[in-house]
Design a protein around this ligand. Structure first.
Ligand code: PMP
Length: 384
């Protein structure tokens, strides 16, 4: 950032760093947890046809309440819950949507956070949770997870009771660790505070076998809100469509902070079309899970510490210099993410070819610089 001292900027923003995943044009991009596969041709064709019918009407504002999109989301989510064994049925009045789940999260924090309020998160977790919080003027408090990055109900209950926050962020599967939490952890957070409990389920579709969503806890819990996105499993990161599910009263409050007509006509039409093709778009999830599992196995085999992941990325450690590993991979055309956790980096599951290219690069680097491993690999030591 340039020199901002001469500007009358809010004092609480001075010194903060903007979200900053490097956007580099390299052959193998495994750094921002996207779906590695492009949209299938049949979906592209349907999207083209659907949008075509809406061009002449762009002189009008879009549907401010995005009713059609809400109905499409309910159909998709009722299916998700039924497949996981739940009989929960949602209503369109329980759905909110925005330009990515980042916008949805920011609506929630604008409405329930703000100056004088406290937001709690369990770190390491998604870096935008604190940035969205401080953007509203609320205070961010974080609780460090244990070394294995798991979270249990007792820990969460105690911390939530101690801080008594206005908002608690829980993320499952958690970015950047890949760790999931059980519903009992969410219940523990809810029962131990009087604030809003946000469960960020951006990567939920990558959990296999499917876990019950926090959506199944909504009945009788008006302070609970679940956020999800079409950016990951749905392969629509460029579309910008995220959504939240909560009691109708909570959704009503979000109308106070959104800008009018925040979801463009084109966004709404494309998102509805994508949801009509949910099965095809989600068709690559199994392949990405295969890539993720292959990555975990390979990285462990060559001596890294691999954290179990329920998502489309893998966090791995036992690295002497994450920055050096990041650079050496980049030199070989592979972009991963140094997320600032000591001794660790994160890589996302690529296509079969991208995953193979990553292995080739990693193997070369280990031959050239074995010292990139912080300690002797445990597996190799056992074999001797
Ligand atoms: N939540 C989590 C945990 C994420 O990792 C991300 C994106 N990296 C988001 C929300 C936001 O994604 P989007 O705005 O594309 O929906």
């Amino acid at each position: 950032m340039g020199n901002i001292e001469s500007l009358p900027v809010r004092s609480d923003l001075v010194g903060l760093k903007p979200y900053g995943a490097p956007h580099l044009d390299v052959p193998v991009q495994l750094n921002v947890n996207e779906n590695a596969y492009p949209l299938p041709g049949e979906v592209v064709e349907s999207m083209r046809a659907a949008v075509d019918a809406h061009f002449a009407g762009l002189n009008r504002y879009p549907d401010r309440e995005f009713d059609e999109l809400r109905r499409h989301l309910v159909t998709y989510l009722d299916g998700v819950n039924a497949r996981a064994g739940s009989s929960v049925e949602l209503d369109p009045s329980m759905i909110w949507a925005g330009n990515g789940s980042n916008e949805v999260l920011s609506h929630i924090v604008q409405a329930f956070g703000g100056p004088g309020r406290t937001v709690l998160g369990f770190t390491p977790s998604y870096s935008m949770h604190p940035l969205i919080t401080t953007g509203t003027g609320a205070a961010w408090q974080s609780f460090e997870r244990k070394d294995d990055f798991t979270l249990d109900a007792e820990t969460v209950a105690a911390e939530v009771a101690r801080v008594d926050p206005d908002i608690v962020f829980l993320c499952t599967p958690n970015n950047p660790t890949g760790t999931s939490i059980g519903l009992e952890v969410i219940e523990a957070a809810y029962e131990n505070c009087s604030g809003i409990v946000i469960v960020d389920e951006a990567y939920a579709e990558f959990s296999r076998p499917a876990k019950l969503s926090a959506m199944t806890l909504l009945e009788g819990r008006p302070r609970l809100v679940v956020s999800r996105t079409m950016s990951k499993a749905f392969a629509c990161a460029g579309l910008r469509l995220g959504y939240a599910i909560a009691a109708p009263e909570l959704i009503d409050v979000l109308r106070l902070v959104r800008l009018p007509y925040h979801l463009s006509e084109i966004t709404q039409v494309l998102a509805c079309t994508a949801l009509e093709h949910a099965e095809v778009l989600l068709g690559n999830v199994d392949r990405l899970i295969d890539s993720r599992n292959r990555m975990s196995a390979h990285l462990a085999e060559v001596g890294f510490d691999v954290h179990p992941s329920d998502s489309n990325f893998v966090l791995f450690g036992n690295i002497s210099s994450p920055q050096e590993l990041w650079q050496k991979l980049l030199d070989r055309g592979v972009l991963i993410r140094d997320i600032g956790i000591a001794g660790h980096v994160r890589v996302n599951a690529g296509t079969e070819e991208e995953t193979d290219a990553f292995f080739t690069a990693i193997d070369e680097i280990l031959v050239e610089s074995p010292g990139i491993l912080a300690a002797e690999p445990a597996v190799a030591a056992e074999r001797q």
